[in-house]
Design a protein around this ligand. Structure first.
Ligand SMILES: [Zn+2]
Length: 264
């Protein structure tokens, strides 16, 4: 039984590292996908703004033509001024000239406004284009880096799987299945000693009868509260026992701190 516990403890470290790595490997593409989505949205906005720019340019061309037209009309009316004979004719032509002049002024104003808007839009477009190019470059570099990281993580993962396969043959499959699940759910701690009658995983006091059953070591037993595998360390050296007890206390005080030091 002691040998089985030892195997489980070794396996625990391997599985914990393996699961952590699997999570990291899965999360890598997610980060990249999010950034790609952001970039694609920026590109779409750029295309839309660019279309608005083209429309603005077309409008400006149209307004310029209309202005040329209005100017020609006014000049034509002005030439006719030399030919008029009556007051009535004069008044009619004068009105035409005033209307045409007004039209020219309106068009000039419209053109100025359109030019200002377009200039601003083109400035924004230029900035966006530069930003998109920068983001694309950054994303490309990151993608390459991530791919390299992913490869080294997958290599490490394969090593861990090989180590795992070196330990698991001959072990009870049901127990292995449960053990893996506990390690996944309990942040890497699947096998813990009983300390002062408490499960050192969840710190709940265990029934005396149950503690004795664990001590008998006739079969593997799981903590009824946190499902971790329990073992009884009878011949534990006092220094180590104190360490575990202190650790358990620290864990009670600050669970997170304990989790950090576990990772080290
Ligand atoms: Zn427990």
């Amino acid at each position: 039984m002691e040998a089985t516990f030892e195997k489980l403890r070794t396996l625990q470290d391997i599985l914990y590292a393996k699961f952590k790595l699997e999570k990291e490997i899965n999360e890598i593409p997610k980060a990249l996908v999010t950034k790609t989505e952001v970039l694609n949205r920026a590109k779409k906005a750029f295309i839309e703004r660019n279309e608005a720019g083209e429309q603005g340019k077309a409008k400006l061309r149209r307004l310029t033509l209309e202005l040329t037209d209005a100017t020609k009309k006014r000049e034509g009316f002005e030439k006719q001024m030399d030919l008029i004979k009556t007051q009535k004719e004069y008044e009619a032509l004068d009105k035409e000239i005033r209307d045409a002049t007004e039209r020219e002024q309106t068009l000039r104003k419209d053109i100025q406004k359109e030019e200002r808007d377009l200039e601003e839009l083109l400035g924004t477009l230029e900035k966006q284009e530069r930003q998109i190019a920068l983001d694309e470059e950054e994303l490309k570099e990151e993608g390459e880096k991530i791919q390299a990281e992913g490869t080294s993580k997958k290599d490490h993962h394969a090593e861990l799987v090989a180590q795992e396969k070196g330990i698991t043959p001959g072990m009870d499959e049901d127990i292995l299945f449960k053990f893996e699940r506990i390690i996944r759910n309990k942040e890497g701690l699947g096998i813990v000693p009983i300390v002062n009658g408490c499960c050192s995983g969840c710190h709940i006091i265990l029934p005396m009868q149950f503690v004795n059953e664990v001590r008998n070591q006739d079969k593997i037993r799981f903590c009824p509260y946190c499902s971790r595998i329990l073992y009884f360390q009878s011949g534990m050296d006092p220094a180590k026992r104190d360490q575990i007890e202190a650790g358990s206390l620290a864990e009670l005080v600050d669970e997170e701190e304990e989790a950090d030091s576990d990772e080290e």
